[in-house]
Design a binder for this molecule. Structure first.
Ligand SMILES: Cc1cc2nc3c(=O)[nH]c(=O)nc-3n(C[C@H](O)[C@H](O)[C@H](O)COP(=O)(O)OP(=O)(O)OC[C@H]3O[C@@H](n4cnc5c(N)ncnc54)[C@H](O)[C@@H]3O)c2cc1C
Length: 815
């Protein structure tokens, strides 16, 4: 019988894998029952049917961990309370280390898990062997035990979610293919299917590896590419202990799970095999490919050494199936910036099953409430840029993502594929002068500079890496002399028109409707008072503003303006990032270094902090903005791109003999941490308010017209704060902090480090953490007590402070 499609539905979900089913389930649980879940073939016939079924609770970030933890709880509840078998079993998992670096990674990961509320134990070789007796003990140093991890049946779990959705009123329709998403006036309004059109208020793309093309057809960026993914299943093994935990042997790129007396052995080899680079076939349900032994043999041999009996057991199944991977190994979630009411939940990088529960829940909340229920920036589709849907880029990057899941997660680790995508105008000059570039959002950015005779190449470790001292020298140059930073990746949005001032002022918590020539730091808040962005608004003249923000929020911040611009406002927003290079000159000698290249008076009176001027600079006209992320006197110089090399050469020629030093982003990070300048995405995000983050000095409470989020902030101020962001410095100058280390007060876990870096002037590792308190707790009392931070399993005494550890009165900025 031909499938019956409705003429309309409130929500159309494209894709009947575990993710689509979970979204349908959660929407109906919220009372939205007019749902059509469309599946081209049969439920689970995409990637879901062949998943290994691992459900791990610990993910790379706190928020992804929250979603994974909810997923395990949901699958358990469906099975044990709701009478819908999912096959979920909580077997726990062990991870094994046979080298000190991997052990440190696991132990640091355990500290992070503690912060995230995930149960974890660091265990020695004996306990590991007790839990996994089939291991060859040779060389094993220890590992971790996660009792909350489990496994589930991918097909049963999807069917259970779909069944409840159906019971709640959703229509789950198989054998219907969406040919195109329909849009009108920038909104999704339905879909065209091979069985006729369906009108809809919302469309959700949960179409796995086919999502990219669905987006591409209507100009929506959904950057993902497919790769082959391999596992083996052994024959039945007599006397195999049942209920074995999942084993992760990341150095051998392998996981192993026991099921029904057999072992399933899955692989995350370092270089993956791309699939479907010219398009994914649409006529092949339950796709699988031949097992490629040439490709997999080296990895298989490794795991056979770890589990010798594997080499003896006959194999029952050699499996190879496709899965989709994104450029940064995180999935894609949320409303697309290009088309309103079009949501995506796709690109799951081999963790779709263990994420689907949480993803379904937050996406359903997001659709129903019109805003995300929690901080989802880690996976928000708006972090992706247009170029990332480029197929050549996706193909080249995709071979790396799968292996990175189990590779060493070194601090500062850089991707190796698809490099050189976005280069600043002075990139080659910097390379010639020793720059070691890192990659972020496609940009090649100088992270540190190698002195003569040193290779500008990372040597990774958890300790002080090879660049530590070179970066320290850059830091000191900025504190004591002058340093030149290439900040060209800063995003510049030119907002202009008669209504620009009013619109920006309504969005900004600070008063940005100031005199032309002012540069204002501000947060942009949501209506809960959470920080959606922190950036500067630079007023060029009455009707023109340059909004300057970080490369990572290029799409998001432009989208935020678009969403909050009234339809009748006369205003345009143009992304002029590519048109302007940005060179930063900072340090007590910055004025002396810059003065010979301009006839503008750079003195404090003529050019005070927080102002900007258009100036002659070498042979160029440029915009000089006096502000700083380094905590020193200095200017950001916005130079038209084609003039940038000329300005750089002139600066370098006259400045270098006077002590001007090139400095990179690692030094900048160290400098800003000493000044306690927050980093959006780490220290502050949309669940943190300026009051909690110590940024209320940037809030203009009583400016005319108010601002978005004001009422929530006032309510919070009146109710009293229950958390505050605090700075920490380790008392021992040796250990390093990165992020997510646990913070203890008087022996009790009270927080986690949101971002960490070594402070070369203060001589110790620095971090920030939110500390909770009762609403009426006096501020000083919150940081009373004895603090320690957990570093690699040790507790290191730390000093807490609200004020920056360097120049707390900001005198240096106003030199
Ligand atoms: C070998 C292997 C092992 C894995 N092991 C695990 C694991 O242990 N744990 C884990 O969490 N994850 C694992 N994964 C990953 C997991 O399988 C996926 O992340 C997950 O299944 C993705 O689910 P999905 O719903 O997004 O996509 P899919 O399951 O691919 O569902 C998308 C559906 O959309 C349908 N569709 C596409 N286009 C259209 C259209 N135009 N109209 C109508 N329907 C359409 C497709 O037919 C498909 O059924 C594994 C993957 C592989 C390959």
């Amino acid at each position: 019988m031909a499938p019956q499609v409705p003429d309309r539905a409130q929500v159309v979900i494209i894709g009947g894998g575990v993710v689509g089913a979970s979204i349908a389930y959660h929407l109906t649980e919220l009372g939205w029952t007019d749902i059509a879940l469309l599946e081209r073939h049969t439920l689970t016939s995409g990637t879901t049917w062949h998943a290994a079924g691992l459900v791990g609770c610990l993910r790379a970030t706190q928020n992804m961990t929250r979603l994974a933890a909810y997923t395990a709880e949901l699958y358990d509840r469906l099975e044990n309370e709701m009478g819908h078998p999912t096959g979920f079993r909580q077997t726990g998992s062990v991870s094994v280390a046979d080298n000190p670096e991997r052990l440190e990674e696991l132990v640091r990961g355990a500290g992070m898990a503690n912060c995230f509320g995930v149960d974890v134990d660091v265990i020695g070789p004996d306990e590991l062997l007790d839990r996994w007796p089939l291991l060859n003990p040779e060389g094993i140093l220890g590992g971790v035990w996660l009792p909350g991890d489990g496994q589930t049946s991918p097909i049963d779990t999807t069917m259970a979610l779909a069944a409840v959705a159906r019971e709640n009123g959703a229509r789950v329709i198989e054998g219907v293919s969406v040919e195109r998403i329909r849009t009108a006036d920038g909104r999704a309004v339905g879909v065209d299917t091979d069985h006729g059109p369906i009108d809809a208020e919302y469309v959700v793309v949960a179409a796995g590896m086919w999502s990219h093309q669905l987006g591409r057809d209507i100009g929506v960026n959904i950057p993902l590419a497919a790769c082959e993914h391999f596992y083996l299943v052994t024959d039945g093994i007599p006397d195999l202990p049942s209920g074995l935990p999942v084993l992760r042997d990341t150095d051998n790129c392998t996981y192993v799970k026991e099921e029904a007396g057999r072992l399933m052995v899955g692989f995350f080899e370092l270089v993956a095999k791309p699939f479907g680079t010219d398009g994914i076939p649409t006529d092949r349900p339950n796709m699988q490919f031949p097992f490629d032994w040439d490709h997999m043999a080296p990895v298989y041999e490794g795991i056979c050494e770890r589990i010798p009996m594997l080499a003896e057991v006959p194999l029952r199944l050699e499996f190879n199936g496709p899965e989709s991977f994104t450029p940064d190994d995180r999935y894609l979630l949320g409303e697309t910036p290009e088309v309103r009411n079009l949501f995506v939940a796709t690109g799951f990088n081999s963790i779709g099953l263990q994420s689907a529960g949480g993803v379904g829940k937050v996406l359903a909340d997001w659709i129903v409430d019109g805003k995300p229920p929690m901080d989802l920036w880690d996976v928000d589709i708006r972090r992706m840029q247009a170029f990332q849907a480029n197929r050549r880029y996706l193909r080249d990057r995709s071979v790396e993502g799968l292996g990175l899941l189990y590779a060493m997660h070194w601090p500062f680790r850089q991707v190796e594929t698809a490099r050189g995508v976005r280069r600043s105008a002075v990139h080659d000059r910097l390379t010639g002068l020793g720059a070691c570039h890192g990659e972020s959002g496609g940009w090649e950015r100088p992270n540190w500079f190698a002195p003569e005779g040193v290779d500008p190449v990372y040597e990774y470790s958890y300790g002080r890496q090879n660049w530590f001292e070179h970066s320290a020298a850059e830091h000191r140059a900025c504190r004591e002399g002058a340093a030149l930073f290439d900040q060209s990746s800063l995003v510049k949005l030119l907002v202009q028109g008669p209504d620009a001032a009013e619109v920006l002022n309504r969005i900004s918590s600070a008063d940005v409707d100031t005199e032309p020539g002012t540069s204002v730091y501000t947060t942009w808040l949501n209506d809960r008072g959470g920080i959606e962005a922190d950036l500067t608004v630079n007023r060029l003249d009455d009707e023109r503003f340059l909004v300057v923000t970080a490369f990572s929020t290029q799409v998001k911040d432009a989208d935020w303006i678009a969403r909050h611009t009234p339809a009748d406002a006369t205003m345009t927003v143009t992304d002029v990032t590519s048109g302007w290079a940005t060179l930063g000159v900072f340090g007590p000698e910055a004025r002396r270094i810059l003065s010979p290249l301009t006839d503008t008076d750079l003195g404090n009176e003529a050019f005070p902090f927080g102002t900007l001027q258009e100036i002659d600079l070498a042979y160029a006209r440029s915009i000089a903005v006096r502000r700083t992320y380094m905590g020193e006197l200095g200017w950001e110089l916005y130079v038209p791109t084609e003039f940038a090399v000329g300005v750089f050469d002139a600066l370098w020629e006259s400045g270098a003999p006077e002590g001007l030093t090139l400095a990179g982003y690692h030094a900048m990070n160290s400098l800003r941490m000493e000044k306690a300048y927050r980093h959006w995405g780490d220290d502050i995000a949309d669940e943190d308010t300026p009051l909690e983050a110590g940024l209320s000095w940037g809030v203009s409470w009583d400016k005319p017209g108010g601002f978005i989020g004001r009422e929530a902030l006032i309510a919070q101020r009146e109710a009293g704060l229950t958390r505050r962001l605090v700075q920490f410095r380790l008392d021992d100058p040796e250990p390093l902090l990165y992020h997510d280390e646990p913070v203890f007060r008087d022996g009790r876990l009270v927080g986690r480090i949101t971002s960490g870096m070594y402070g070369h002037t203060v001589g110790g590792a620095l971090g920030m953490s939110y500390l909770g308190s009762e609403p009426d707790t006096p501020r000083p009392q919150v940081i009373e007590g004895t603090f320690e931070v957990g570093v690699n399993g040790e507790r290191v005494p730390a000093t807490a402070s609200y004020r920056p550890f360097y120049d707390p009165d900001s005198e240096r900025v106003r030199l």
